[in-house]
Design a protein around this ligand. Structure first.
Ligand code: GDP
Ligand code: MG
Length: 646
């Protein structure tokens, strides 16, 4: 299958990627990011739309020019791009109070402002993907395309039978002659159903799936959603649905464990309705197949449905060119060096091919298929294990066949260099509530994606509805996932892959999830009151997020002696144990470890005078606001509220 990336197409059509993505959505074509790829058909459809519109409204297309630049540009280069003289541009810059010589650089934002003056839209040059640049995928001719097997992933709640189902599928296709050959286990395998192959990714669970998507790899065509008939839709079922939907993957439901007495397939179907999956036999479009992975019933029917769905999707690829595909999994083998399971997506991969995958490269020394047999070549949708890479690539990395060993090495080296640069340049910008308004204004955000986690189902629903109601003309608030329970790594992955923020109610992130969110720069916010979350999101959309204050403990004191003063109340003669006390700080009083008061310090005294601060090792008089019930040996903790940078 040849692929066109959205930003490439946008460039070709001379429109911006965002506009194109909106148009695609109008056409019902999934478009998640400017790096997403389009099928030939979709690309053609949209090309047709734009080119035919051009003829009807010829003059409008000429009015506005779009110029692409990088993070910065010299005045001279920009002048050339804007088709004006250098001095003219220097003058316009001066008018804006920017003194820049012809050879000096100006930043992107300044260039945009200049562009506005001349009715020219300046956009960031889409970052060049070294791989895509080097290994340009020419569109295939229709006659070169042949049918390819569908690539299927199995997802669902824990213990609903993903592993069992994959096992029984694998065995159902094993003929007696092959029976010994399936001991070899690689991360994906192909089964033959009536002579039709289906490729399964043997990575149950959506983590692997989302991890790949996060790296931009669109690997699967169909997701089998396993739901146990005796258990019904569970949190991970919902997650799986949302992950599959977000990736635009077709869902087939396998209602498993129908052999069990408590099995209730209708209840499963009923529950699925709520998540937008209406069973075919109930007038919907979702194929639901009752199966028992253990008793091996319904497996054939499930496989048939996969074949049918695949046929509807008309999955094709050109086998007669250099291969490209995706790393499914990889590890270091003591004896054999880096070993990678790869899925060929187009072309044919051969032993001896020089390949590159991220910073790993090498000549393919040997290839093994999913049955453990040595093979010399592998076509589209075929998984194989390869040996010969210089290092262990990452799952989800694309692999490409190079012209020569030398080219493979050079590309890998430039990837290494780029990775180093990227590390320095910090992680890509993600949406956060703090800069949401700026991003809305600059047109970067049209949709605010949110993942909601809460302690109870009722809250999830309540939050979902209230947040979605905040949508306005500029931004659509979209809850891409809502679930009950702690915030998990999987939530963060989904948020990161979908550029979403995470909102938690009375739940906390798992420690690993918190670390992961920090790494991925995912904005993760925790609330106890629904209203506060709604207010924050709503304020963020208006660019009015209030600063956040955090408590900072500044000192402790022990009450040593009590005085009564008329008109003042009780003065606690105290000794500052550590830190210091300052005027107008807040205090917390504890007696034998139990908190008895929290409030404001009304006055801070040294002898009879009010003072600004008293340091550790000194005595002082403390008066609490509206609290006189102090005793000797009470401990007073002083704290202040400091604004934390968001
Ligand atoms: P996974 O966590 O989704 O991979 O689920 P497993 O495949 O490990 O299955 C979990 C448990 O459910 C195991 O004890 C399986 O034997 C059982 N199980 C799986 N499929 C079926 C089925 O069709 N019928 C019955 N009765 N049990 C099943
Ligand atoms: Mg399992």
């Amino acid at each position: 299958m040849s692929k066109t990336r959205i930003h490439e197409l946008a460039k070709q059509l001379n429109i911006n990627s965002k506009e194109l993505m909106e148009k695609l959505n109008e056409f019902g074509i999934e478009a998640h990011s400017h790096m997403s790829t389009l099928s030939d058909e979709d690309a053609e459809l949209i090309m047709e739309y734009y080119t035919s519109e051009d003829t009807t409204s010829e003059d409008t297309s000429d009015d506005i020019a779009v110029v692409y630049i990088g993070d910065s540009i010299t005045v001279k280069e920009l002048a050339e791009k804007l088709d004006m003289s250098g001095t003219e541009l220097v003058k316009s810059l001066m008018k804006k109070g920017i003194m820049a010589g012809i050879n000096q650089s100006i930043d992107f934002d300044t260039a945009v402002k200049i562009g506005e003056d001349f009715d020219i839209i300046i956009e960031k040059e889409p970052e060049k993907d070294i791989m895509e640049e080097t290994f340009k995928d020419e569109p295939d001719n229709e006659e070169d395309l042949v049918e390819r097997p569908p690539v299927v992933v199995v997802m669902g709640h824990v213990d609903h039978g993903k592993t069992s189902l994959l096992d029984s599928i694998r065995h159902s296709s094993v003929t007696s002659t092959e029976a010994g050959g399936i001991t070899q286990h690689i991360g994906a395998y192909t089964v033959q159903i009536d002579g039709k192959p289906i490729t399964f990714l043997d990575t149950p669970g959506h983590e692997a799936f989302t991890a790949m998507r996060m790296r931009g790899a669109q690997v699967t065509d169909i997701a089998i959603l396993v739901v146990a008939a005796d258990d019904g839709v569970m949190p991970q079922t919902i997650e799986a649905i949302n992950h599959a939907k977000a990736a635009g993957v077709e869902i087939i439901v396998a209602i498993n464990k129908i052999d069990k007495e408590a099995a209730n397939p209708d209840r499963v179907k009923q529950e699925l309705v709520e998540y937008g999956l209406l069973a075919e036999d109930w007038g919907g479009e979702t194929i639901c197949v009752p199966v028992s992975a253990v008793k091996k019933t319904g497996i054939d029917q499930l496989l048939e449905m996969i074949i049918l769905t695949a046929e509807m999707k008309e999955l094709k690829a050109n086998p007669n060119k250099k291969a490209r595909g995706v790393i499914i999994e990889a590890q270091l083998d003591k004896g054999r060096g880096p070993v990678a399971t790869v899925l060929v997506q187009s072309g044919t991969l051969k032993v001896g091919d020089p390949i590159v995958a991220g910073s790993a490269y090498g000549k393919i020394r040997a290839m093994t298929d999913d049955k453990g047999r040595r093979v010399k070549k592998a076509g589209p949708s075929t998984p194989v294990e390869i040996l010969g890479l210089s290092e262990v690539p990452s799952a989800g990395d694309g692999f490409y066949v190079a012209e020569s060993d030398k080219q493979a090495r050079q590309v890998a080296e430039s990837i290494i260099a780029k990775n180093r640069m990227d590390m320095i340049k910090s992680t890509p910008q993600k949406v956060s509530l703090d800069d949401l308004f700026t991003q809305i204004q600059s047109g970067n955000v049209k949709e605010l994606n949110i993942v909601v986690k809460a302690d109870v189902h009722g809250s999830v629903e309540a939050v979902k509805q209230s947040l979605e109601r905040l949508s306005n003309d500029e931004v659509r608030v979209r809850i891409i996932h809502g679930g009950v329970g702690a915030i998990t790594e999987s939530d963060v992955m989904l948020a990161s892959a979908s550029n979403a923020i995470i909102i938690g109610f009375n739940v906390r992130p798992e420690p690993a999830a918190k670390t992961f969110a920090d790494e991925e720069k995912v904005d993760l916010r925790l609330y106890r009151v629904i209203y506060n979350a709604i207010e924050d999101v709503s304020n963020a959309m208006k660019g009015m997020l209030d600063p956040v204050f955090e408590e900072k403990v500044i000192g402790h004191a022990e009450v040593r002696q009590l005085f009564k003063a008329s008109g003042v109340g009780t003065i606690a003669g105290s000794y500052v144990l550590d830190g210091k006390f300052v005027r107008n700080c807040k205090v917390r009083v504890t007696r034998e470890g139990e908190k008895i008061y929290e409030g404001e310090l009304e006055s801070l005294k040294r002898f009879k005078d009010d003072v600004k601060e008293v340091n550790a090792g000194y005595e002082c008089g403390l008066v609490m606001k509206k609290f006189n019930d102090l005793k000797e040996l009470d401990i007073v903790e002083a704290y202040i509220m400091v604004e934390v940078p968001r």
